[in-house]
Design a protein around this ligand. Structure first.
Ligand code: GAR
Length: 214
């Protein structure tokens, strides 16, 4: 049985697209059964509709607290009977209640080599710091913002004269490779979270995840 994947987005949804495309492969162990956006105009919703995937919009503007929003979001996700919830550019801070409710089922992709550069503007921050490499991390979501155990990272070089946009597009390319791969491992339960640690085939994954140097 294929795992039921729900993807949460706020924007363009290129990572969503990479996962939708991976799910088209005959032996991929999951299927995207729903896409939820907090932004009604997010282009990712169009991508989902074009792939005949159900969508839901839950605008944060209709709620007066983060807690009430997240409670409704739990309800929406539960309608899809999700096995795995994939945050793909879902630009909201989640409440502890939400994170605990879906503990072990929540994945996020973050455009930095965590634990470096949690939060926003990661590409510019890496350039400003004079870093020679940068990258992306896929991790389990815990209550600590961008702080959950990392499963896999991919690194990219930073070249002299790079702009944040140059770097973002180099990182994006890697995102589209590693996110479908990690989602696949989670569908197969090769990767699981236990006691706030990520395990791969029963072995604890090192703190900064497996590094994929391509
Ligand atoms: C991605 O680069 C992802 O790493 C980032 O948002 C972008 C979404 O792109 N996520 C974060 O910054 C989370 N803190 P997409 O909508 O094209 O997939």
């Amino acid at each position: 049985m294929r795992s039921r994947i729900v993807v949460l987005i706020s924007g363009s949804g290129t990572n969503l697209q990479a996962i939708i495309d991976a799910c088209k492969l005959e032996d991929y162990p999951g299927e995207v059964v729903g896409v939820v956006s907090n932004i009604p105009t997010a282009y990712g919703l169009t991508r989902a509709e074009e792939a005949n995937i159900k969508t839901s919009v839950l605008s944060h503007k209709d709620f007066d607290s983060r807690e009430s929003y997240d409670q409704s979001l739990i309800g929406v996700i539960n309608e899809y009977n999700a096995d795995i919830i994939v945050l793909a550019g879902f630009m909201r801070i989640l409440t502890p209640e939400f994170v605990q409710y879906f503990q072990g089922k929540l994945l996020n992709i973050h455009p930095s080599l965590l634990p470096k550069y949690q939060g926003l503007n990661t590409h510019q921050r890496a350039i400003d710091a004079g870093d020679k490499e940068h990258g992306v991390s896929v991790h389990y979501v815990t209550e600590e913002l961008d702080g959950g155990p990392v499963i896999l990272q991919a690194k990219v070089p930073i070249f002299d004269g790079d702009t944040a946009e140059d770097l973002a597009s180099r990182v994006h390319e890697q995102e589209h490779r590693i996110y479908p791969l990690v989602v696949k491992w989670c569908c197969l339960k090769r990767v699981v979270m236990q006691n706030d640690k990520a395990l791969f085939d029963g072995e604890i994954i090192p703190l900064s995840g497996y590094a994929n140097d391509e």
